[in-house]
Design a protein around this ligand. Structure first.
Ligand SMILES: *Cc1c(COP(=O)(O)O)cnc(C)c1O
Length: 379
């Protein structure tokens, strides 16, 4: 038997990508900011109600762009969950800033907003909430504390696109947010991302940083008669070929999100009694949040049970995986002062979390096989 009959992820493909790619080839605009990049930008701006949506080559690059945009300096501190992907911290560390790790809530695995004030110092510049699995961090509290301390909120919304917090789209609450279109995310062009801008004051400089530190975007709009080096910057533009691929997916967003919601609801409803009987925690969605249905996790009672669970699913040809290691205990995290015991919830959860196969095109048979295998597992 093929050991991974049911993979953990199969990238989303909606069917119209090849036609749009062919069109982009035909029009011969292959570099960044061509017709398809403009379409993606307009779609995201209109649907989400943004000041600007700047496509980037990855979410990592959107975060790096944001760190430059915020004038991050050596010695600055940025508050980041200990339970996240490395790029959330690395983008600021690259500018010489120190990531200050905050523990997560045991229910949503998002930053524990009750610990924020304790970690703020005169050097703190920004708070970077992550909406884990596409379930919102407690943004009202985060925004209130940030406002009182004059800190910028940059949402790492890599999981969050089209999820909501109190009727507001994730990625539209902080001044800035970073989006990922990596093939593991709900919408993809292989590798890609976006910087979403909600505060109009950031738009012009973000365009400059993204265009190698030049005012080329203004030049193309006819606002200046030549373009030149005006600021720090790098090349964060994806090819228009990638934008064409992505545009096809974003046009099909309701179909994609609907399929993912149905999978989520099937897992949540059909596994709930099993989870309760086996002391397993399933994702908690606060009443005022709508998930983006990015991934489905479960927290087993012990790390030993987690290992047995993953091995058991593997024996059924199902690929289940764990997730982040505690960032504050990584080599780099320790270099920045992270120590065991700093973030006990993160440390405990990382050892016990497993994710089920979760992707847009899962078949009913695959979904049912996953559910049946989980129900057959005894913790
Ligand atoms: C995937 C991910 C990133 C990085 O995205 P890339 O597009 O691969 O750079 C950053 N943060 C979080 C929380 C992610 O899940």
């Amino acid at each position: 038997m093929d050991k991974n009959r049911i993979p953990f992820n199969r990238p989303t493909v909606v069917g119209t990508e090849a036609a749009y790619l062919a069109d982009a080839v035909h029009t011969r605009h292959l570099s960044g900011d061509g017709p398809y990049t403009k379409k993606v930008r307009a779609l995201l701006q209109e649907v989400l109600g943004l000041q600007a949506a700047l496509l980037t080559t990855s979410c990592t690059h959107a975060l790096e762009l944001a760190a430059i945009l915020l004038n991050t300096q050596p010695g600055d501190e940025v508050i980041i969950p200990a339970f996240t992907f490395v790029s959330t911290a690395n983008s600021f560390a690259l500018r010489g800033a120190k990531p200050v790790f905050i523990d997560v809530r045991p229910d949503t695995l998002n930053l524990d907003e009750t610990q924020l004030e304790r970690l703020i110092t005169p050097r703190t510049r920004a708070i970077v909430p992550v909406h884990y699995a596409g379930i919102a961090a407690e943004m009202d509290t985060v925004m209130d504390i940030a406002g009182r301390h004059e800190l910028v909120v940059l949402e790492d919304a890599a999981h969050g696109l089209f999820g909501k917090y109190k009727d507001r789209w994730l990625g539209t609450i902080g001044a800035l947010s970073a989006q990922s279109f990596h093939e593991t995310k709900n919408f993809t062009c292989g590798e890609g991302g976006a910087l979403l801008i909600n505060d109009a004051n950031y738009v012009e400089r973000a365009e400059i940083i993204r265009e190698k530190g030049t005012n080329r975007s203004r030049f193309f709009r006819g606002e200046v008669d030549r373009y030149t080096w005006v600021d720090l910057g790098s090349s964060y533009l994806p090819s228009d070929l990638l934008a064409a691929f992505l545009y096809a997916q974003l046009e099909a967003r309701e179909m994609v999100q609907d399929k993912r919601r149905q999978l989520w609801e099937a897992y949540a409803s059909q596994l709930s009694s099993w989870a309760a009987a086996n002391d397993v925690a399933l994702p908690v969605v606060p009443a005022h949040c709508t998930p983006s249905y990015h991934l489905f996790f479960m927290i087993l009672p012990t790390s030993e049970a987690r290992e047995r669970f993953i091995a058991f699913l593997k024996s059924r040809g199902i690929h289940s995986v764990f997730h982040y290691l505690p960032l504050h205990l990584s080599d780099m995290g320790q270099h920045f002062g992270g120590r065991a015991g700093d973030c006990p919830v993160t440390e405990s959860v990382c050892d016990r979390l497993a994710r089920l196969p979760f992707f847009t095109d899962i078949t009913p048979a695959e979904r049912d096989a996953v559910i049946e295998a989980v129900l057959d597992f005894k913790v």
